[in-house]
Design a protein around this ligand. Sequence first.
Ligand SMILES: Cc1cc2nc3c(=O)[nH]c(=O)nc-3n(C[C@H](O)[C@H](O)[C@H](O)COP(=O)(O)OP(=O)(O)OC[C@H]3O[C@@H](n4cnc5c(N)ncnc54)[C@H](O)[C@@H]3O)c2cc1C
Length: 251
Amino acid sequence: GAVATPGNFSSCLVSNGVKNFSLPTSPSYAGLLNSSIFNLRFTLPSVAGPAAVVLPESRDELRRAILCARPSSLAIRVRSGGHSYEGLSYTTENHVPFVVVDLANLNRVRVEPGSATAWAESGATAPISRHDMAEIVRYLSTGPTGSIQLDPYGGAMARVGSSETPFPHRARNLYSIQYGVIWDRSQVARAEEFIGWLRSFYKFMAPYVSKDPRAAYVNYQDLDLGVNNWTRAAGWSSAEAVARARTSWGK
Ligand SMILES: Cc1cc2nc3c(=O)[nH]c(=O)nc-3n(C[C@H](O)[C@H](O)[C@H](O)COP(=O)(O)OP(=O)(O)OC[C@H]3O[C@@H](n4cnc5c(N)ncnc54)[C@H](O)[C@@H]3O)c2cc1C
C-alpha cells in the first residue's frame, strides 16, 4: 500500500472527524505546542517540533487520532500535564518525526461517593483553564518583576468546619493569591509606577477571583479591598461590630 506521510495523517484526521489539531503552518501551532511545556529549554528553535499537535475532544476522538498516527511514519507522544523533566511528552530523540496527542481536553473528574473513589482523566490539571492561565502569564510579563503565589485550598482542609479555627477559607476557595512586585534601591523613584502596575494587574484579575465580595484572608489585610473598622458604633453589640468588620474585609 501507499506509504503514509504526515500529510496523510492530517487528511486521515479530517476524514475521521477529528477537527481540533494544529499543523506547523497554522498560527495556533506554537501557542498550542508551548502551552504546557514546563521546561522552556525545549521551546528553543533548535528543538524539532511535532508534525502536528492533536487535542482530542473525547476518548473516541483519541482512539481515532491514534489509529491515524499508527500507519503513518509518525511516532506518538502523549501529553497530559507536560511536566516531564526530560520533555518526553513533546519531543523525540534523533529527530524522529512525531505527533503530540495532547489530552488537555480530556479533563473530567468523576467522584463515586459510594466507593470513595475519584476518577480523573489525565488532562485534568489546575482548575484554572489553560487559556485563562496563559492570559494571566501574558499580563505578568508586561510589567516590572511581578509575581503571584497561589496557595491551594479546599481538599482535605474542608474536613474541618470553617468556624472551627480562626482560618475559615476552605471548600469552594480554590486558592489564596498573593501578588507581589519587586524593585531595588536604585529604582525607588519609580515605586509608584510599579505599585500602579500591580494595581492594574490586580484589577485585571477581577474576573478570575471571588466576587461580591472579593475576599481576602484577614492576615493578608488588603487596603484596596477593605478597612479596619473595629470601633463599636452606638447601640451596636460587639458581635455586630465584628460582623461589620468581617464584611468590610469581604468575609
Ligand atoms: C517542578 C517539578 C516538580 C515535580 N514535583 C514532583 C513531585 O513532587 N512528586 C512527583 O511524583 N513528581 C514530581 N514531578 C514529576 C512529575 O510529576 C512527572 O514528570 C509527571 O509524569 C508529570 O505528569 P504530566 O501529566 O505533566 O506528564 P507529561 O509530561 O504529560 O508526560 C510524562 C510521560 O508520560 C507519558 N504520558 C502522558 N500522558 C499519558 C497517558 N495518558 N497515558 C500514557 N502515557 C502518558 C508522556 O508521553 C511522557 O512520556 C515534578 C516535576 C516538575 C517539573
